[in-house]
Design a protein around this ligand. Structure first.
Ligand SMILES: Cc1ncc(COP(=O)(O)O)c(C=O)c1O
Length: 403
C-alpha cells in the first residue's frame, strides 16, 4: 500500500492544501457559538422539507433517484431562473446557469478554469474563509483590497491593477461579496459598483460576485447586482440555498456567460449535483414555501442582529468599533490593539463561547485585534450572555496591558 506519510506521492495541490483533522459541526451546539455562518438551527424547515420530499418522490421519483445532468436538472434550473428574475432582477437563460454542490463548488470550478499556480487573484480582505482556503490551495498570488462601509476600496483596486500592468502582469480574477460582506457585514454602494465595473472594463478583469446572503436583507433597498450592471459578460454570479433553505442541501448556483458555462461543464464530473436534493429544493421553491420561509428568516435575523448590536453597545470597552449590517449573518468587530485574538479565543472557549478570530479571514498576518461575530446561530439569551463574556475577557486583557 502506498504510504501517504511519504510526501513524494502527493500532488502539488495536495501539498499546498496540507492536512486537516475531521471536523465536527455538532460541537458548536454545545457552546454559545458566534463562530460559524450556520443558519439558525430552529429555523431549519424540517416539516416542509419532508413534504417537499414526498411530493418530489411521488411525482418523479425515478429521476430524483437517478444520475443527473452536470449542469443541473431542468426543473431546478427553471425555478432558479424564475427566482433570480423575480428577486435579483437577473435575466438569465438555461445556458447561463450551473447548479453546484453549494456556492463553494462554483468558486472552486472557476478557480480551476482560470488560475494556474503563481497567477494573480485580487480579493477583498478580510473575506470569506472558504475563499481564503481555495485561493491558497490554488497557489495563487493573492493581492488584497480593503473593505470599508461602502464596500470594496476601488482606489486600491486600481492601484493594484496599475502595478501589475507595470510588471507586465495581469490579474486572472477579482473576487468580491457586495451584499452583507462575509465577514464584515457591509454592503457595496451603487457608486462603488459602477466604479468597480468601469475599472474591470479598463483592465479586462473577470469578476466573481458572491451573493450568498442576497435574500436576507432587513433594512435598506436592494442594490443591483454587478451581474446586471455589467454588459461585457465578465461577471460570474454565485448564490446558494444554504442560507435560505438548508445548508445541508449542499445546493448552489452559478450564473455566467454561456461561454464560461460551457467551459466549466467538462470540469464538473460529478454525475449531476444531487438530483435528489435538487428535486426536493425545486418542490420547496415551486410550492411558494421558499418565499414564505425567506420572509420568516428576515424577521428572525433582523431581531438577532438588533440583539447583538444592543449587547455590544451595552458591554464593549471604549475604543472598540463594529459594523452595522443591513442583512446577512455577520458583524465585524475591532478591539483596541492591545486585545489579541491569540489570547481571547482560548479564554472565551474556556468559558463556553466560540468566536472567529480576524486572522482566518486574511491572506496574511493581519486581524490580530479583529473578529467576526456571527449572530445567526446563537439564541437571543445566548447572545446577551456570550457578548458579556467576550467583553469581560477583552477588558481583562486591556487591564493587564494597562497595569
Ligand atoms: C460569502 C459566502 N460564500 C459562499 C458560501 C458557501 O456557501 P455554500 O454553503 O453554498 O457552499 C458561504 C458560506 O458560508 C459564504 O459565507
Amino acid at each position: 500500500m502506498v504510504s501517504l506519510r511519504n510526501e513524494s506521492h502527493l500532488s502539488d495541490l495536495a501539498r499546498r492544501a496540507g492536512k486537516a483533522t475531521l471536523g465536527n459541526p455538532r460541537q458548536s451546539a454545545e457552546m454559545i457559538s458566534f463562530y460559524a455562518g450556520f443558519p439558525d438551527p430552529g429555523s431549519l424547515p424540517i416539516a416542509d422539507v419532508i413534504d417537499s420530499t414526498r411530493v418530489a418522490l411521488e411525482a418523479d421519483g425515478e429521476w430524483a433517484l437517478q444520475y443527473g445532468a452536470s449542469a443541473g436538472d431542468e426543473r431546478i434550473i427553471e425555478e432558479l431562473l424564475k427566482k433570480l428574475a423575480r428577486d435579483q432582477k437577473i435575466d438569465a437563460a438555461p445556458e447561463n446557469i450551473l447548479v453546484t454542490n453549494g456556492a463553494s463548488q462554483a468558486l472552486s470550478l472557476i478557480v480551476d478554469l482560470l488560475v494556474e499556480p503563481g497567477d494573480t487573484i485580487i480579493s477583498e480582505a478580510p473575506t470569506w474563509m472558504g475563499a481564503v482556503a481555495n485561493f491558497n490551495q490554488a497557489g495563487a498570488d493573492v493581492r488584497t483590497v480593503s473593505v470599508d462601509d461602502d464596500g470594496t476600496n476601488t482606489s486600491e483596486l486600481r492601484a493594484i491593477l496599475e502595478e501589475l500592468r507595470s510588471e507586465g502582469r495581469r490579474a486572472k480574477l477579482l473576487y468580491v461579496i457586495p451584499n452583507f460582506q462575509n465577514p464584515m457585514g457591509v454592503t457595496m454602494s451603487l457608486e462603488r459598483r459602477h466604479e468597480l465595473l468601469a475599472i474591470a472594463d479598463e483592465f479586462d478583469l473577470p469578476i466573481i460576485e458572491d451573493d450568498a446572503y442576497f435574500d436576507l436583507r432587513y433594512s435598506g433597498a436592494a442594490l443591483p447586482a454587478l451581474y446586471t450592471l455589467d454588459s461585457s459578460g465578465r461577471v460570474m454570479y454565485m448564490g446558494t440555498f444554504s442560507k435560505i433553505m438548508a445548508a445541508g442541501m449542499r445546493l448552489g448556483w452559478l450564473i455566467a456567460h454561456e461561454d464560461v458555462i460551457s467551459r466549466l461543464l467538462p470540469l464538473k464530473s460529478d454525475g449531476g449535483t444531487s438530483p435528489f436534493g435538487s428535486f426536493v429544493a425545486t418542490e420547496f421553491a415551486a410550492s411558494g414555501t421558499l418565499l414564505e420561509h425567506v420572509q420568516e428568516l428576515r424577521a428572525l435575523y433582523h431581531q438577532r442582529r438588533d440583539a447583538m448590536l444592543a449587547a455590544l453597545e451595552r458591554e464593549m470597552p471604549d475604543g472598540t468599533s463594529w459594523t452595522t449590517p443591513d442583512g446577512g449573518f455577520f458583524i465585524w468587530l475591532r478591539f483596541p490593539e492591545a486585545v489579541e485574538m491569540a489570547t481571547l479565543v482560548p479564554a472565551c472557549r474556556a468559558r463556553g463561547v466560540e468566536i472567529s478570530p480576524g486572522p482566518i479571514f486574511y491572506f496574511d498576518e493581519r486581524g490580530s485585534n479583529e473578529m467576526r461575530l456571527s449572530y445567526s446561530f446563537a439564541t437571543e439569551p445566548q447572545i446577551d450572555e456570550g457578548i458579556a463574556i467576550l467583553a469581560a475577557e477583552a477588558r481583562k486583557q486591556l487591564a493587564t496591558v494597562g497595569s
